[in-house]
Ligand binder design. Structure first.
Ligand code: SF4
Length: 462
């Protein structure tokens, strides 16, 4: 019997939205991530108890999505929502409530870090999930259409301001239903195989960079034995490619070391990639990551001026950063650097220096993100205080600049968007980079993925 439908709502404008608990964005290339928070939620249900309707991946419109929902007769719904697409997502929720006034509806998304948004949806939903790991299905099963739930696993008064938010917490879950999340439209840009799945060794983030929404989320990790048994199942299903979905892979260190040793001794031979904070680097850890199949790391470099990031609570150890780059190059791990364009008071010259650094570091990929005042970030608070964001104008920002880009006090939004696009072109579309890229290709499958991504980056960068 179907208990619930996981709903990733449609975008009538065809936006390739990625809606998660802790962030939401627009695909900057051809990729579209597997909806990995729904994947984690699936661990709480039996196979026959849930259905997924991913209107973004399947390119469905409002009517088609509703008709899918109508045919299923589920007891309650779980809906992903995004701050960057707030008007449309909120409308979808209101329609769903009108159509199903007697059923419980649960939601999640980055917009709910803002308390005002929670107040706004109370009339239409029955609770906001705070993380996908600590949900009790009994609570969901027994929720009435007029309840408001704020117990463990749901957002309550102090969810994002608890003093112990970053204290490591071990949480166990059942097996996420990977085989139900393998649509061919799910693409991870760093994959070496078309088909991939996502595994979390930890969820949330131990760090607190104030410009980042994820900083507001807890620091949860899973025991390595449980992850190994999940990997056993993935291996037997024939999947070869994994995105380790951690925001900062490697913590707690002892748990990670045991996991990596297990992956090596069980001879999985997975090909995998992950986000990694340079401060986590040590030679033993990186060697084990490589031996267990890690081929790409995405690291936040952010700016040419590391010291300027301290005011946002980001303390990057420069010596470790450079040692990591050197070691990764030596053992054949590719690096994607994440950069932020347009932090408050950055000048045109600052941004040019960041672009220059991105090219000088000899990294393999770069992602240039506009400094966006997202819900829960210090950038939003700052902009509201100094009047760059008027009341009621908070939503619809993202790191891609789809709807609008905020001035940083020195440059206009349009100038920042142009500089971001310039950065993409300077990094990717030069003969040196393209020539170097040829030597990174591992197979025809890998080449196809890379060409598809490059073409989309080109098309999306004006
Ligand atoms: S380490 Fe990365 S994910 Fe974590 S808070 Fe900082 S920028 Fe965000």
């Amino acid at each position: 019997m179907i208990k619930t439908i996981f709903i990733n709502p449609p975008s009538e404008k065809g936006r390739k939205l990625i809606r998660n608990f802790d962030c939401a964005t627009e695909s900057k290339g051809d990729y579209l991530y597997q909806p990995y928070d729904f994947l984690l939620l699936s661990s709480h249900f039996e196979d026959e108890e849930f259905e997924l309707i991913d209107a973004i991946a399947e390119n469905l419109n409002f009517q088609q999505t509703m008709s899918f929902i109508d045919q299923r007769q589920a007891n309650y719904f779980i809906v992903a929502m995004a701050d960057t697409n707030w008007s449309e997502d909120f409308n979808f929720l209101r329609h769903l409530r009108e159509r199903y006034p007697q059923k419980a509806i649960f939601v999640f998304g980055d917009a709910f870090i803002d308390k005002n948004t929670i107040e706004l949806i109370k009339k239409y939903a029955n609770g906001v999930f705070s993380n996908p790991l600590e949900i009790s299905v009994e609570t969901l099963d027994s929720a009435r259409f007029d309840d408001w739930i704020s117990e463990a696993g749901f957002v309550s008064e102090n969810t994002y301001s608890r003093s112990d938010l970053k204290k490591p917490k071990q949480v166990s879950i059942n097996y996420p239903k990977h085989h139900r999340f393998l649509l061919k439209n799910y693409k991870w840009p760093f994959s070496r195989h078309f088909k991939y799945t996502t595994v979390f060794t930890a969820w949330g983030c131990p760090y607190s960079c104030s410009y980042c929404v994820v900083a507001k989320f807890p620091n949860i990790y899973r025991p390595y034995e449980e992850i190994l048994s999940e990997l056993d199942n993935i291996k037997s299903s024939g999947l070869k490619e994994i995105y380790m979905g951690d925001r900062s892979f490697g913590l707690p260190r002892s748990n990670t070391i045991e996991l990596l040793k297990g992956m090596i001794s069980r001879k999985y031979n997975f090909s995998w990639s992950t986000y990694f904070h340079p401060n986590q680097y040590d030679p033993e850890l990186l060697e084990l990551m490589r031996q267990s199949g890690c081929h790409t790391l995405i690291i936040g470099i952010e700016s040419h001026n590391f010291k300027s990031l301290k005011k946002y609570g980001r303390h990057m150890k420069e010596d470790r950063f450079y040692a990591l780059l050197k070691h990764a190059k030596k053992i054949g791990i590719d690096i994607c650097g994440d950069f932020i364009i347009g932090l408050p008071n950055e000048t045109r010259e600052d941004i040019h220096k960041t672009i220059k650094l991105s090219k000088e570091l000899n990294i393999d990929y770069a992602s240039f993100n506009i400094a966006a005042p997202l819900a829960g970030s210090s950038l939003r608070e700052e902009a509201k205080k100094d009047g760059r964001i008027a009341p009621g104008e908070e939503n619809h920002f993202d790191s891609f600049g789809y709807h609008k880009v905020l001035s940083n006090g020195v440059l206009t939004g349009e100038e920042i968007l142009n500089l971001r696009n310039q950065a993409v072109k300077d990094f990717y579309f030069n003969p040196r980079y393209l020539f170097k890229s040829l030597f990174r290709i591992h197979s025809l499958e890998h080449l196809t993925i890379q060409i598809q991504e490059m073409l989309q980056i080109l098309l999306k960068t004006k």
